[in-house]
Design a protein around this ligand. Structure first.
Ligand SMILES: [Zn+2]
Ligand SMILES: [Zn+2]
Length: 358
């Protein structure tokens, strides 16, 4: 694999310094020496103040350690999942990478999401608690990695989802994601026996149709692919299709009086503090990207032979903006969020782009 910016040998050297993140830029001066003999199109020297965190497309021997705050209870490898009681009749199921939920009522069970990695275990997980049948499935959103195990649950459950989710699923023609039988636009109260799930839609915070599932009696909110408790958001702000909408959705989550958050990913449930921390990170990201756009000059350091290559001029500018953005975020955040170094470049690219064009 060819690094985007400079030769692998240099990067290996740089990454050896990962523990001293803010060491001098001496290794980069050595890197400049390699550019004189480089051929057009070959990887060149890093930019001034290049972050000591590997850019996208560059391999690293070892990422930063994941902080304890990002970890959760262990999984029994023989079972491949664990369940966690969240309140009266409400349980989370997880393989410590994905999360779904089920709610037991007088006559049956409501399942919220069936992620393929552990969907085959959902019936065993339910059987640990009750022998009642699955009567309903709620889809958080249309993405296959969260609901692609639905067909495998068997039976003919009522399937509830947002109308946008139905539209996307009709287009996908995927037999493993049966079409919803009940859809709604803004709100839907799913009352089953004495239990209630309040479903509501607050716009495109991830993809159209991604809903809030709130269990008021258990003070538990499930919103998938928006908050990542203890972790960096997944790459490019969790692939949010509307980054302004993503920011709004995080604030909306705080307005729900939940105590426990089932976020669809990672090894543990979330708290209000997790949402606040992610909100703080996102606001710092916005500030860092905004200041980097303001202080970066177009064309600086560009090879004079490339000044008529508009794509190259722009790429050089955006890469330097992202490098500054990474440098601004690293001191405060590199040890606070799991996977900071894995996806910080993605977040900076996504944020600077949103600030320029949205
Ligand atoms: Zn998704
Ligand atoms: Zn996801």
């Amino acid at each position: 694999m060819t690094p985007r910016f400079f030769p692998t040998a240099i990067f290996t050297h740089v990454l050896g310094l990962a523990l001293s993140l803010f060491a001098s830029a001496a290794p980069f001066e050595a890197a400049h020496a390699t550019t004189e003999s480089s051929q057009p199109g070959a990887a060149g020297a890093p930019y001034p103040d290049m972050p000591l965190i590997a850019p996208i497309g560059v391999r690293t021997d070892k990422y930063l350690d994941v902080p304890d705050s990002a970890k959760g209870p262990a999984i029994d490898p023989a079972k491949g999942y664990r369940i966690q009681k969240l309140g009266d009749g409400l349980y989370m199921i997880t393989d410590n990478a994905y999360q779904s939920m089920f709610l037991v009522y007088e006559n049956g069970v409501v399942v919220v999401d069936a992620p393929p990695p552990f969907a085959a275990h959902i019936r065993s997980a339910i059987a640990e608690v009750t022998d009642k049948p699955i009567t309903h499935v709620v889809y958080s959103h249309s993405h296959i990695d969260h609901i692609g195990g639905t067909k495998g649950l068997g039976g003919k459950p009522v399937i509830v989802a947002h109308k946008e989710t139905k539209r996307l699923l009709a287009r996908a023609h995927d037999p493993n994601r049966p079409l919803p039988t009940i859809t709604f636009s803004d709100r839907y109260n799913l009352k089953v026996g004495s239990q209630v799930l309040e479903l509501s839609y607050f716009g495109n915070g991830h993809e159209p149709g991604n809903i809030f599932v709130y269990a008021p009696a258990q003070k538990t909110l499930m919103v998938v692919d928006v908050i990542f408790p203890g972790w960096m958001p997944w790459r490019r702000l969790a692939l949010a299709q509307d980054i302004e909408g993503y920011f709004e959705q995080v604030e909306k989550i705080m307005s729900v009086p939940f105590e426990t958050l089932v976020a669809g990913h990672v090894a543990r449930v979330g708290t209000r503090a997790d949402v606040q921390l992610q909100s703080e990170f996102m606001n710092d990201l916005k500030t860092a990207a905004s200041e980097s756009l303001r202080t970066t000059k177009i064309g600086e350091g560009l090879d004079p032979r490339d000044v008529t290559n508009a794509w190259a001029v722009f790429d050089n500018y955006i890469d330097r903006v992202a490098a500054q953005c990474v440098n601004r975020l690293t001191p405060k955040w590199s040890k606070q969020l799991g996977g900071f170094d894995v996806f910080v470049w993605d977040q900076c690219y996504a944020m600077e782009q949103s600030l320029r064009i949205d």
